[in-house]
Design a binder for this molecule. Structure first.
Ligand SMILES: Nc1ncnc2c1ncn2[C@@H]1O[C@H](COP(=O)(O)OP(=O)(O)OP(=O)(O)O)[C@@H](O)[C@H]1O
Ligand SMILES: [Mg+2]
Length: 268
């Protein structure tokens, strides 16, 4: 039985789809069997960061209508041995899809995978609820804006109705030192407010936008700091940890510092 995880947020546009694609890819890179479901019916777009748009023939709507079998709607990402994608419906909306049918579909998929990640639509309405009701874990995505954290806090409360395990958190689009008064000053004050397990922090990065347009998840690029940040967050998810990410630059500085100290001590 897979871990079924909804990737959700209060505010729209904070990076749920980007994070689903990259955490899913990172887990697949670690040898896990992963299925990504686009639950943003009507506005589906998880195919874009995965680069699988041209491969879509059927979608979950076709399966629910009985036009195809579930395995016919699934697309295998050829880059990895075990990354699969179930496209969202372009015809159904969250309002006319039956939640119990969606949950049944997710549950039947979960028998064949280690992880099923559900890319939830924006907001806290029906689409959010359908995705949460089908999951047994959640990742809440927020950026560092005060309004976004406030919405994340509300979503964390709403999730309690559906999921017994406390949700995980990913902070996206961290602007680093360029924060204004609209932002939380630092990550620890966000954690004080939300009180949940932080998987990782992804920074504001135009290379992520570029990778989405190319359909190549940034986590495949190990020379990009966020590529490594996604892998780190996925490792935390896999191991149920919340280890802090230390960038290669900081690691290098630390070892240089240690090297200088050792040299000085030898001279004494
Ligand atoms: N770390 C980042 N740095 C820069 N741009 C980003 C980052 N993460 C996501 N984006 C951009 O932000 C936009 C929204 O991202 P995405 O579609 O993943 O958000 P979403 O939460 O799924 O949106 P929606 O609520 O509409 O489903 C996209 O154009 C994406 O390229
Ligand atoms: Mg989205």
């Amino acid at each position: 039985m897979a871990r079924i995880i909804t990737i959700t947020s209060g505010k729209g546009g904070v990076g749920k789809t980007t994070i689903t694609a990259n955490i899913g890819t990172s887990l697949a890179l670690m040898g896990k069997k992963v299925c990504l479901i686009d639950a943003d019916f009507g506005l589906r777009n998880l195919d874009i960061p995965l680069g699988l748009t041209n491969r879509m023939i059927y979608d979950i709507g076709d399966y629910l209508k009985g036009n195809c079998q579930l395995k016919q709607a699934l697309i295998k990402d050829k880059r990895f041995p075990d990354l699969w994608f179930l496209p969202g419906s372009k015809e159904y909306t969250s309002l006319n899809i039956k939640p119990e049918l969606f949950k049944e579909t997710v549950e039947s998929l979960s028998e064949s995978f280690d992880f099923v990640l559900i890319d939830s639509p924006a907001g806290i309405e029906t689409g959010f609820r359908n995705a949460a009701a089908a999951a047994n874990e959640a990742i809440v995505v927020s950026n560092t804006y005060r309004t976004s954290i406030q919405d994340a806090d509300r979503v964390i409360g709403l999730l309690e109705e559906f999921i017994s395990i406390p949700p995980h958190l990913i902070i996206n689009m961290d602007p680093g030192k360029k924060k204004s008064s609209l932002h939380y000053e630092n990550i620890s004050s966000i954690l004080d407010t939300l009180q949940i397990n932080l998987l990782g922090v992804i920074t504001q990065d135009h290379e992520i936008v570029h990778s989405i347009h190319q359909g190549i998840p940034i986590t495949l690029n190990t020379s990009n700091d966020n590529g490594l940040r996604f892998r780190h967050a996925a490792r935390n998810l896999l191991r149920n940890e919340n280890k802090e990410y230390i960038s290669a630059q900081i690691k290098e500085k630390k070892s240089l510092h240690l090297f200088k100290w050792k040299k000085m001590i030898r001279k004494i």
